[in-house]
Design a protein around this ligand. Structure first.
Ligand SMILES: [Zn+2]
Ligand SMILES: [Zn+2]
Length: 385
């Protein structure tokens, strides 16, 4: 079977730029992806073809070799004509020596691997999940089921990225080290191997499920245990629940950032809760009992003594928020506001006027005191000028 031209496979011309190439590849990979075409042999072949073409053309060195030698550049074992494999090998090592001096590692030599563990093993990224809960939920604690889109190790290839049954081979460019050395003036700098992108190995036969990435994106169900008493801005860390690592690397962590939705009538300050409750002018003057809400969903009574002024606070012990990981509980503060009656009838008006006529300074000590101070102030002021 003769192989199709790589450029043709990707539907691009020989002058295609890196970016255009990527776009073309993504489009085709989406169309032929096995997840979208389960059981379709044709798509599977097309997907492999597209992958292979892209793997070659997206790599500067391979593309150059392909432009020069065509498919023969990558045929092993001399099938591309006698002696060709060697010729290509020499050509590659020429390039290599020109670019990287003596930095080429020996395939299979353990020198590189010892340094930082296996090359290409990458810890997965940490994930952030924002979770908003209500104040009631912060009071009682809750278990929240969440779905997080995350990449997990591809099952068919166990995260290796190689097609099941096949294996990755050590990268010939870096000898499996994952990094190459390049001379820059007097210095030799080390950088990530451009051929294997630091993996230390190359995959000839990519896994069809993950296109060789070793990871697939899935929605994961997780249940988050939010303890009672959490506060706004709290961060819960779930170790190992982040993105899975690459090629056997450890998973990242999941951070749940908690925020608590503002409550309709409770304000929170640490473990204490505040609630403003309007009372009538008559209750404030004559005393009475009011019913106030409690965060646990119940109600409680508060005695309002006669002569209660607006803004007065009443403390109800132990009806606040629980303190995180302790047995302590905050208090509930009720602050009363005295509501001035509105829309009075003629009769009500008369009653209030009657009251007013009978009122003395003793009924309103605060305003009496205030206005006598104001008077003093003006008298003193007149004396100064
Ligand atoms: Zn490499
Ligand atoms: Zn896979």
């Amino acid at each position: 079977m003769s192989k199709r031209d790589y450029y043709e496979v990707l539907g691009v011309t020989k002058t295609v730029t890196e970016v255009e190439l990527k776009v073309a590849f993504r489009k085709l990979a989406m169309v032929h992806h096995p997840d979208r075409n389960p059981g379709n042999k044709e798509s599977e072949i097309a997907f492999k073809e597209v992958n292979e073409a892209y793997q070659c053309l997206s790599d500067g060195q391979k593309r150059a070799a392909y432009d020069r030698f065509g498919h023969a550049a990558f045929q092993q074992g001399g099938q591309g004509g006698p002696g060709f494999g060697n010729e290509f090998g020499d050509f590659m090592s020429d390039i290599f020596e020109n670019f990287f001096g003596d930095g080429r590692g020996q395939p299979g030599a353990g020198a590189g691997r010892g340094r930082g563990g296996a090359p290409g093993r990458e810890r997965g990224a940490d994930l952030r999940f924002n979770l908003e809960i209500s104040l009631e939920e912060a009071f009682s604690g809750k278990t929240e089921a969440i779905k997080i889109p995350t990449s997990i190790a591809c099952e068919p290839c166990s995260g290796t990225g190689a097609k099941p049954g096949s294996k990755a081979r050590p990268c010939p460019t870096c000898g499996g080290y994952g990094r190459v050395r390049a001379a820059q003036g007097f210095f030799a700098i080390e950088r990530t191997c451009p051929n294997c992108h630091g993996r230390g190995e190359v995959i000839d036969d990519p896994c069809p499920s993950c296109s060789g990435a070793g990871r697939v994106t899935r929605e994961r169900n997780l249940s988050i245990n939010v303890p009672a008493g959490v506060d706004d801005g709290l961060r819960i860390r779930l170790a190992g629940e982040g993105e899975s690592g690459l090629r056997g690397g450890p998973s990242g962590d999941l951070y749940v950032f908690l925020s608590i939705a503002p409550h309709t009538f409770f304000q929170r300050d640490g473990a204490d809760l505040f609630c403003r409750v309007p009372i009538s002018m008559v209750t404030a003057a004559l005393s009475g009992e009011i019913t106030v809400p409690v965060i646990d969903g119940t109600q409680t009574q508060v005695r309002i003594p006669a002569g209660t002024q607006a803004g007065k606070q009443f403390r109800i012990k132990g009806k606040g928020m629980p303190v995180l990981r302790s047995r302590e509980v905050g208090d509930l503060y009720i602050q009363v506001s005295v509501e001035t009656p509105q829309n009075l009838t003629k009769r009500q008006r008369e009653l209030l006027q009657e009251f007013d006529q009978s009122a003395s300074a003793e009924n309103h000590p605060e305003s009496a005191g205030f206005f006598s101070k104001v008077k003093d102030f003006f008298v003193a002021g007149a004396g100064r000028s």
